[in-house]
Design a protein around this ligand. Structure first.
Ligand code: AMP
Ligand code: MN
Ligand code: MN
Length: 334
């Protein structure tokens, strides 16, 4: 495999070190959380000290995963805490780990394991495999390479990684290899239907009412090739929900017949400033990574995102006009 050196470097770094921070990107999803929990479990099997840290709340898809209760928030560590080693998963940009950055110092040895297109950061050791369906697929290989036999606990976490990043084995990243891995995980006793229910069919009453309101914002443009939804902070407040319960909302726009690009614009406040997080999905051949990258974001060809400053009234038109111009010429289609 062309990336074998990345994997062996990660193995060597883990084997020779101790005391690791394991983290992943903000707006955590099933892949990032499942990968973190599985790898942390494996490192503990090797007798290593590990802290699982995330800057933001775990999504519903992961709230019943074994070990989820061990995930700490960066604010729980005394000021000045710096880890000697950090493993950053499912994230090719160190700016995307949010406030977990405060646990890094100049002496921190950084290991990156990621499957996004065009990662922006390099660790002291980096292993990038954009062809992997999920970071969980890479962590599966890593745990094997570390010589730790998988058990039911780790298998459950990895199954959720793969299940969520392939959209339940529906997206174009669903390779024979990843389905074979999922089969091996099921043989270890993973409860597949339960993982799927938790990932895709679990929603609180409040979040369901919120979804109804978000769906009322649906707009289409570019002759129906572009569909988008809006989620304001006011809506989140009204339904007492937080962003971790809105995973998958964008798929309602993606499901529209004739759509090429689906977007969900989510307004949020960060350090007193308004910003808009944009989730982008491709229904067909359009590469939404190029659209996200135009605004400094990233992701994959069929699922990408970016963050723009300002209120919705400024951010939304910018993204729509770029999307329309890419759709009408100059965009990348596969
Ligand atoms: P989301 O819409 O948040 O589920 O993200 C879809 C994909 O795009 C995921 O793989 C994210 O990691 C990636 N992504 C989202 N926002 C950004 C961003 N601002 N920069 C880079 N990648 C992003
Ligand atoms: Mn992710
Ligand atoms: Mn991923």
């Amino acid at each position: 495999m062309a990336d074998a050196s990345g994997l062996s470097q990660v193995v060597a770094a883990i084997d020779t070190r101790d005391n690791f921070l394991i983290t992943a990107h903000i707006h955590p999803d099933g892949d990032s959380v499942g990968s973190m929990l599985a790898l942390a479990w494996a490192l503990e099997r090797l007798g290593k000290r590990v802290q699982r840290v995330l800057a933001e709340r775990v999504p519903l898809s992961c709230q019943t995963l074994p070990g989820v209760e061990k995930i700490a928030n960066p604010s729980m560590f005394p000021p000045g805490t710096v880890f000697p080693n950090a493993i950053v998963l499912d994230c090719g940009d160190l700016d995307r780990i949010g406030s977990t950055q405060r646990l890094f110092g100049p002496s921190t040895f950084i290991i990156l394991v990621d499957h996004h297109l065009n990662p922006r950061s390099l660790g002291h050791v980096s292993w990038f495999r954009p062809e992997a369906a999920a970071t969980g697929e890479m962590v599966y290989d890593l745990i094997q390479a570390l010589g730790v036999p998988l058990n039911h606990t780790a298998a459950t976490c990895l199954y959720t990684s793969i299940l969520t990043d392939t959209g339940g084995f529906r997206y174009s990243n669903t390779t024979p290899r990843v389905v074979e891995m999922a089969a091996a995980l099921l043989r270890l006793g993973v409860d597949g239907p339960e993982a799927a229910r938790q990932a895709f069919e679990t929603r609180s009453l409040e979040a369901t009412r919120l979804l109804a309101e978000v769906l009322r914002t649906l707009q289409v443009s570019a002759d129906g090739r572009l569909a988008y939804l809006i989620l304001t902070r006011e809506m989140l407040r009204k339904y007492h929900t937080d962003a971790s319960e809105t995973e998958g909302f964008v798929n309602y726009a993606r499901a529209l017949v004739g759509v090429e690009i689906a977007a969900l614009f989510r307004e949020e406040e960060e350090d007193g400033r308004l910003q808009v997080r944009v989730s982008l999905r491709s229904r067909g051949h359009f590469n939404v990574h190029t659209l996200a990258a135009a605004f400094g974001g990233g992701g994959h060809a069929k699922a990408a995102g970016c963050t723009l400053p300002g209120p919705l009234s400024e951010a939304v038109p910018q993204v729509l006009s770029k999307a329309e111009s890419l759709l009408n010429g100059g965009g990348v289609f596969d």
